[in-house]
Design a protein around this ligand. Sequence first.
Ligand code: NAP
Ligand code: ZN
Ligand code: ZN
Length: 355
Amino acid sequence: MTVATTVRAYAAQAADTPLAPFTIERRELRPDDIAIDITHCGVCHSDIHQARNEWHDSLYPMVPGHEIVGIVAAFGDAVTGWQPGDRAGVGVFVDSCRSCDACLAGLEQYCERGMSPTYNGREQDGVTPTYGGYSERIVVDRRYVLRVPDGMDSAGAAPLFCAGITTYSPIRHFGVSNGERAAVVGLGGLGHLAVKFLAAMGAEVTVLSRSPGKIDTARALGAGDVVITTDAAALEAHRRRFDFIIDTIAAAHPYEPYLRMLRRDGIMVQVGLPDPAPLNPMLLVNWRRRIAGSQIGGIGETQEMLEFCAAHGITADVELISIDAVNEAFERTIRSDVRYRFVIDMASLRREDTA
Ligand code: NAP
Ligand code: ZN
Ligand code: ZN
């Protein structure tokens, strides 16, 4: 393949219209490019926020999708170490400046000149729009392509490329160690992987969920305890209990109930990106509590996370859907009606007639 290719995709044309069939161009292969035929793509809540312009920065038409697994179809002249047919993955960004302090430290997600998001962003030229994984094929510089460990199920692997690394990175960075008491707030795509990681790392894990229907699966994922957050007495009983809390809630919510559950010097990490809500500084001051944020993870750390998953038998719990069910999947995700991640079987897009 030496020329740009036209591929089928699903796109949002505006914040208030459903995703619908669309075609996009994938660029001609540059020397360092890898063309990947996409087999699976996870449905992240960030896809919903962005398709609906909830972060107020959406570019249309938008082809969402940044939890991508596929098969290497072709590559440029400078690419070594990859073979056609290899399984490859792509996460939340497809390029960065490669020369700033963050990029040199392997923290490309914090690139000081701005990483190129996989969709709803622009290539490093600052002009060309990027289109994501709800499509047949993607072309990505080899430095931003990851290897899917042998034997790992492709559908279960796809969510690792965003939900997985987004929870793994802060758990590693903020140093949750054996036996520490950790809580996961919100048991969705991110939250269920956070439970698996924390349990595999030896933490004592509690799930804080508003959904009683998730209690049994939360325990099966590795939670020792589940607290239903609509029960004020149960929250009170867990006051100053946790060393580490990871908050994955996708909708605006108060922070106070969770901060009260941190011990002295405990830390609560925000990874969810809902609308803002006020914060009472007294709850931080009184017990020297900390609140922090974390964004996905770097390329090197993402490969490390994949190897950790392979070693511990971790993949996402998924519900496989065809592409024409994606709008319904958005609605069901908002209602927390999925255990725990929708993944699109991209063969369904190849079967669709978009003419
Ligand atoms: P998700 O699958 O929809 O899970 C979010 C969970 O939050 C739900 O399952 C639900 O858990 C809880 N929740 C939802 N609405 C709620 C409400 N109104 N009040 C209280 N709890 C509520 O979403 P996700 O894909 O895991 O993404 C979670 C958030 O992380 C999103 O905002 C997403 O944009 C963000 N994100 C950030 C990064 C990053 O780099 N920091 C990367 C990826 C995603 P329960 O039913 O258990 O309560
Ligand atoms: Zn995501
Ligand atoms: Zn950079």
